[in-house]
Design a protein around this ligand. Structure first.
Ligand code: 3PG
Ligand code: MG
Length: 375
C-alpha cells in the first residue's frame, strides 16, 4: 500500500484528501448544528498535519450522513468549524453525497474531483468498503496513497486476521443476523469463542429451541444460526432483560418495568438486553482472552434501563490485558462514556468497513490505492 512518504510531496503540491468526517451532530441551544463527537475528525488530523508540514495545500472532502441530494441538514459547516479550529488554511469541500454521482461512482464526477490536484490521499478507512467515486474513482486518475489513520487501521486489523494471540474471543451484537451473516461465518473460523448478544441473540436462542416471546427473530436465519451453533464456538446469553410487549423503550417515551428472564422470554414479553448472569459469564471468558474483537451493543443501550450488557462488556474489555479491537459507533461510544477508551488497543474508526475487512481481508478502496496512477 503506497504511503504519504511515497508521494514525495513538494511545497505547493495540491493534495485532495478523502477523510471519513461522517460524525454525529447535535443542535446547540442557539439552534446551530454542532459536532457531537469529533472522534473521526480527530483521527484525520495527523494526516492533515503531515501533509501541511510537507508544504502541500490540502483540500479535504467527505460525506456526512446519507442525504438524498442537497439538504442543508447535512451540509459540512459543523465539520468545517472543527477543522478550522485546528487548521484555518485547510479547505473542506461540500458533502460529497449532495451529488448522486458520488455513490454511483460516476467517472465524470471522479474527474471533476481530481481536477487541479497533484495527488490523492485516502484516510477514510470507515468508507473504504464503498465503491464510491471519491474512494475508487479518483485513484486511477492521480498518484495516490493511504493516510496515517487508514494505514494504522489496516495494520491493527491485519494483526487480528493473521496472527491473533489465543484465545481469540469476539463479542458481536447489533440487531440482525442477516446484516452480519458473512462476518459471522468468517469469524467462527477465525476465533476460539464467539459471544453473541444484542437483538441478533434471539434468532440464535430460537435456533437452540429456547422460547423468545415477542423478541426480534429472523425466521429465515434460524438454519444459518443452527450451523453456527454446531461449531461449538458460539456462547449465548444466560439471562435476558425485557419489557411487556406493549411497553415502549429507546430514546423517546419509556414505559413499563424492566423484567429479568432466566431461561427464555415468555409470550407477551420481548428481550431488550442481556442480564447480569450473562455479563458475568461473558466477563469470565473475556478475562482469559488474549485477543478480543468487539462490535455492536448488547442491548438497546440508548435506553438507560437496557445498557447493562453493553456497559458490562465495555468494562470487561477495559479490564482485560488482551490485544483488543473495538469497531462500530455504538461500541466505541459506550467505551468513551465509560471512560475506558484508553484501555483498548485499537479503537477503529470504521463500522461496516471494519467488519468487511475482517470478513474479506481487503476493501475496494484499499485495492484502488494499490492500483492507483503511477507518479
Ligand atoms: C460509517 O459511518 O459507517 C461510514 O462513514 C460510512 O457511511 P455509510 O455507511 O453511510 O456509507
Ligand atoms: Mg455505517
Amino acid at each position: 500500500m503506497p504511503t504519504i512518504d511515497d508521494l514525495e510531496l513538494r511545497p505547493g503540491h495540491r493534495v485532495l484528501l478523502r477523510a471519513d468526517l461522517n460524525v454525529p451532530l447535535r443542535t446547540a441551544p442557539d439552534g446551530t448544528r454542532v459536532v457531537a463527537d469529533s472522534f473521526r475528525i480527530d483521527a484525520a488530523l495527523s494526516t492533515i498535519a503531515r501533509l501541511l508540514e510537507a508544504g502541500a495545500e490540502v483540500v479535504v472532502c467527505s460525506h456526512l450522513g446519507r442525504p438524498k441530494g442537497v439538504d442543508s441538514a447535512f451540509d459540512m459547516e459543523p465539520v468545517r468549524a472543527v477543522i478550522a479550529d485546528h487548521f484555518p488554511e485547510v479547505e473542506v469541500l461540500e458533502n460529497l453525497r449532495f451529488d448522486p454521482r458520488e455513490e454511483a461512482n460516476d467517472p465524470g464526477f471522479a474527474a471533476e474531483l481530481a481536477a487541479g490536484f497533484d495527488v490523492y490521499v485516502n484516510d477514510a478507512f470507515g468508507v473504504s468498503h464503498r465503491r464510491h467515486a471519491s474512494i475508487v474513482g479518483v485513484p486511477p486518475l492521480l498518484p495516490s496513497a493511504g493516510g496515517i489513520t487508514l494505514l494504522e487501521e489496516v495494520k491493527n486489523l491485519t494483526l487480528l486476521l493473521e496472527a491473533p494471540a489465543r484465545p481469540y474471543v469476539a463479542v458481536l451484537g447489533g440487531a440482525k443476523v442477516s446484516d452480519k451473516l458473512g462476518l459471522l461465518n468468517a469469524l467462527v473460523r477465525q476465533v476460539d469463542t464467539l459471544l453473541v448478544g444484542g437483538g441478533m441473540c434471539f434468532t440464535f436462542l430460537a435456533a437452540r429451541g429456547v422460547e423468545v416471546g415477542d423478541s426480534l427473530v429472523e425466521e429465515q436465519m434460524i438454519d444459518q444460526c443452527q450451523h453456527l451453533l454446531d461449531t461449538g464456538k458460539v456462547v449465548l446469553p444466560l439471562d435476558i432483560m425485557g419489557l411487556a410487549t406493549g411497553d415502549s423503550f429507546g430514546e423517546g417515551e419509556r414505559t413499563g418495568e424492566p423484567q429479568r428472564f432466566g431461561l427464555g422470554v415468555p409470550a407477551g414479553y420481548r428481550g431488550l438486553d442481556v442480564g447480569a448472569a450473562t455479563v458475568e459469564r461473558f466477563g469470565e471468558i473475556l478475562v482469559d482472552a488474549r485477543s478480543i474483537l468487539w462490535n455492536g451493543p448488547m442491548g438497546v443501550f440508548e435506553d438507560p434501563r437496557f445498557r447493562q450488557g453493553t456497559d458490562g462488556v465495555a468494562a470487561a474489555i477495559g479490564r482485560s490485558e488482551a490485544y483488543s479491537v473495538v469497531g462500530g459507533g455504538d461500541s466505541v461510544a459506550a467505551l468513551h462514556q465509560a471512560g475506558l477508551a484508553k484501555n483498548v488497543s485499537h479503537l477503529s474508526t470504521g463500522g461496516g468497513a471494519t467488519l468487511e475487512y475482517l470478513e474479506h481481508g481487503d476493501l475496494v478502496g484499499l485495492a484502488a490505492l494499490r492500483h492507483s496512477r503511477e507518479p
